[in-house]
Design a protein around this ligand. Structure first.
Ligand code: SF4
Ligand code: SF4
Length: 501
């Protein structure tokens, strides 16, 4: 039998009791037992948050502007290089080169990406353990794009009350014009998002020209279309429902929180008193009178709920829908300022802090995540800073391992790859050491000259005369590549093996 989703049931579903919270299994069990599929998937009401001004809104806007400026402008930034494209950030897949300002990454440097992903993961755990879901509230793409889409919506349709009125009013000329204009602006921003992403993979000016004149590669149109559609749907239609129902991060956040994690919290003792919250009517406008009557400082204005982008009432405690954007803090601070009362009824604090106890920042878990973040950063920086400008490999060709020539000498073949990662031309000399009397042959190649940022493969053959009674089958020797010209001056030694019957 399908049970009705009463408001108390819904509240039970949304609430995480205490900061330790429901574990995912409990939450899933509750949903399975108490809600129909329609209730889980379909939003009950659309959320129309009210705009608010304050410290956290300013920080959020600052991060949004910085993130947008970075993402949309970086492909257009030029960068002078002696060799290579003049685009500051460019991921050149056909050329297998990834340019980031003065750093040129080659395909073999892909492990830096692994290190970067690990660093991002431990940094996320570290920050979440300390400050809750600040990533969700301030840095997540979904939050940033939804925020921008909301701003467009507000610009065209007005703030919360005007939008609610528009939503309810029948379709007339005004409603059609505003809704069409909003969706057109959303589609334009979504398209520009997809296009900007594609511009990181080629010359931005050339690609844009080709894109606009219908001459761009099909893969570019497909990429832009996919990103445009997903951005439009996620930021324009799904909005906060991505955070509430789709994002896995909100589900496992509770395992990273503890009673010392700084989270957006409502101070229930101060807000409710012993007699509960009350509106500031008549004599209840005065704080002293309210306290005498047992009422707290919450004037039940509901602004903290109205500004919430996910429709959460923070006065009910920590909830799975709260993305810690702290806009409810701004809303409540504004009310407290208006009343002339102390700010902080809704504030960043820990569960221990709310109980009047000390918040312990330095704990085994935070220190562990902090150390892992530090080590991953140091490793990545060291690895990039110490990457070699001249890379040489020598791979023995194993079929066959050796050949006996007509004059009795034994021949082994090797593929030597020389990679000049400097931005200067270079010249090298290849020799072998440790095989007395052996001959090195490089076929037609007599000149090992390389252009800046280029590589070459050389098929080499080594011929060795075995001495009578010599039964050793595997000999160690080494290639020596000596730079004759170019930026790198140190020779490179490559250990190898020579096989005999
Ligand atoms: S409850 Fe407050 S911090 Fe949480 S999402 Fe809503 S406005 Fe942001
Ligand atoms: S904004 Fe502050 S005063 Fe107003 S309802 Fe929320 S907690 Fe109470």
């Amino acid at each position: 039998m399908k049970r009705k989703a009463t408001s108390s049931n819904l509240r039970k579903m949304q609430l995480l009791p205490g900061v330790r919270g429901l574990i995912l299994a409990d939450l899933n069990d509750w949903i399975v037992q108490n809600m129909s599929i329609e209730q889980v998937i379909q939003p009950k009401n659309s959320i129309q948050p009210r705009s608010v001004e304050g410290r956290f809104r300013t920080i959020k806007t600052g991060i949004l502007v910085f993130a947008y400026a970075t993402f949309f402008l970086l492909p257009w930034l030029r960068w002078t290089r002696e060799v290579g494209p003049d685009q500051a950030i460019l991921f050149d897949i056909p050329g297998r080169r990834y340019y980031m300002f003065d750093l040129v990454m080659h395909a073999q440097d892909i492990f830096w990406l692994t290190a970067l992903l690990f660093l991002s993961a431990v940094l996320l755990f570290f920050v979440t353990t300390l400050f809750g879901r600040v990533f969700c509230g301030y840095f997540c793409f979904q939050t940033l794009w939804t925020d921008a889409f909301r701003w467009i919506e507000k610009f065209i349709q007005g703030d919360r009350v005007a939008r609610l009125r528009l939503e309810k009013q029948p379709w007339n000329g005004e409603k059609i014009r505003k809704v069409v204009l909003t969706h057109a602006a959303w589609l334009f921003l979504a398209m520009w998002t997809g296009l900007s992403f594609a511009l990181y993979w080629g010359d931005a000016f050339e690609l844009t020209g080709k894109f606009l004149t219908g001459q761009a590669p099909a893969a570019m149109y497909a990429t832009v279309l996919i990103l445009m559609t997903t951005t439009y749907l996620a930021a324009g239609w799904a909005k906060e429902y991505v955070c509430l129902h789709m994002c896995p991060y909100s589900r496992f956040q509770s395992v990273m929180f503890d009673q010392d994690t700084m989270i957006v919290s409502y101070d229930g003792n101060r807000g409710e008193g012993t007699a509960g919250r009350i509106k500031p009517i008549k004599e209840m406008r005065d704080q002293a009178a309210r306290q005498q009557a047992g009422h707290g400082d919450c004037v039940d204005c509901g602004l903290c709920v109205q500004v919430c982008p996910t429709g959460v009432d923070i006065r009910n405690g920590l909830q799975i829908g709260c993305i810690h954007c702290a806009l409810c803090i701004d809303a409540c601070d504004n009310i407290m300022d208006k009343q002339g009362w102390k700010r902080g009824l809704v504030r960043y604090t820990s569960e221990h802090g709310l109980q009047g106890e000390k918040t312990k920042i330095l704990k085994l878990r935070t220190v562990g995540y902090g150390l892992a973040t530090l080590l991953a950063t140091v490793y990545l920086v060291w690895s990039i800073a110490s990457s070699k400008l001249l890379e040489v490999t020598a791979v023995q060709i194993r079929s066959p391992l050796f050949v006996t020539l007509s004059d009795g000498r034994i021949q082994n073949s090797y593929e030597v790859k020389i990679n000049n990662k400097t931005m200067e031309p270079a010249k090298y000399q290849l020799a072998i050491e440790g095989l007395p009397g052996a001959e090195l042959e490089m076929g037609q190649i007599t000149d090992l000259s390389l252009k800046p940022d280029s590589s070459m493969r050389v098929l080499t053959k080594i011929r060795y005369t075995m001495q009578p009674g010599d039964t050793q089958k595997n000999r160690e020797f080494q290639f020596r590549l000596t730079p004759l010209e170019g930026k790198v001056t140190e020779p490179v030694i490559i250990p190898s093996h020579f096989m005999t019957p």
